[in-house]
Design a protein around this ligand. Structure first.
Ligand code: SAM
Length: 260
């Protein structure tokens, strides 16, 4: 225990027991679950999750943490540690290898790459049952934001088109070693069922959402001018003079479905 936390790996180890317990109870792991933890660190969440589920797969980038973690899991359950950058792990292939259609993801995420990790998970949403993540509170606020809110943007739309976003509770800096500079929050994400997901081309949706929010203060017709003209936008029943932040996630899907 008590390795010196590495800033470059975004290491802030959770030590306050009551938050660890709240996270584990929010997840409610069952004996037959295939839980995959991102960034187990020294095992604050890993060991209680392992005790409840009996087995667990953890993905950790920092080699130095792996032997200690593996040793601490001894006698608790079967812990498989994959030494890798989670962004390079094919989560759908992992679920298949673990013999389940969908895994349950959990993690106190490294904040320096939290958005790329979220987008990576969204890409594999069909292979995920649910996700419980600790993130900067500000990121959770953006994920759950509604149209018209100041923090509504690309992350809100992309996440909400793929998952139900449920903020659970906040966690103060003092619960971690070392304390991060910001408040944190735990969020539950439940991927939408196949019949609830949109059927537009995901790359086109992404391109439109990205362009629309690139300059928040521009009108939609201005922001999207390389992708769609004003008449096309209007034909989807959307005012081209409006701003991206007023559009609901489904509006972006309608725009993505317009003929190019
Ligand atoms: N789960 C532990 C806890 O709650 O105390 C550690 C959380 S710490 C905020 C983030 C963890 O993610 C660290 O263990 C860090 O080494 C690991 N990590 C950082 N970048 C990673 C990456 N690209 N892929 C997988 N793990 C990563």
């Amino acid at each position: 225990m008590n390795a010196r936390p590495k800033k470059s790996f975004g290491q802030h180890f959770l030590h306050e027991k009551r938050y660890i317990e709240r996270i584990v109870s929010a997840i409610g792991p069952r004996a037959d679950d295939r839980v995959v933890e991102i960034g187990p660190g020294e095992g604050a969440l890993t060991l209680p999750l392992l005790a409840a589920a009996g087995r667990l797969t953890a993905i950790e980038l920092d080699t130095d943490l792996i032997p200690g973690l593996q040793a601490r899991a001894d006698g608790i359950g079967t812990l498989e540690i994959i030494h890798a950058d989670v962004l390079k792990v094919d989560l759908s292939a992992l679920a298949q290898r673990l013999g389940v259609p969908r895994v349950r993801l959990a993690g106190n995420l490294p904040y320096y790459i939290s958005s790329p990790i979220l987008f990576h998970c969204v890409d594999h949403a069909a292979a995920i049952e649910d996700m419980h993540f600790m993130l900067q509170k500000e990121v959770v606020d953006r994920m759950a934001a509604e149209p018209g809110s100041k923090v509504y943007g690309r992350l809100s739309v992309m996440l909400q088109l793929a998952c139900r976003v449920e903020p659970l509770f906040t966690v103060p800096p003092g619960a971690f070693r070392p304390p991060p500079k910001v408040d944190s929050a735990v969020v539950r994400l439940v991927p939408l069922a196949a019949h609830e997901r949109h059927d537009a081309d995901p790359q086109r949706v992404h391109a439109i959402v990205k362009a629309a929010f690139a300059q928040r203060r521009k009108t939609l017709s201005n922001g999207l001018k390389t992708l769609l003209d004003s008449e096309a936008i209007a034909s989807a029943g959307i005012d081209p003079r409006t701003r991206a932040e007023t559009l609901a996630p489904e509006d972006f899907v309608r725009l993505a479905k317009l003929p190019i």
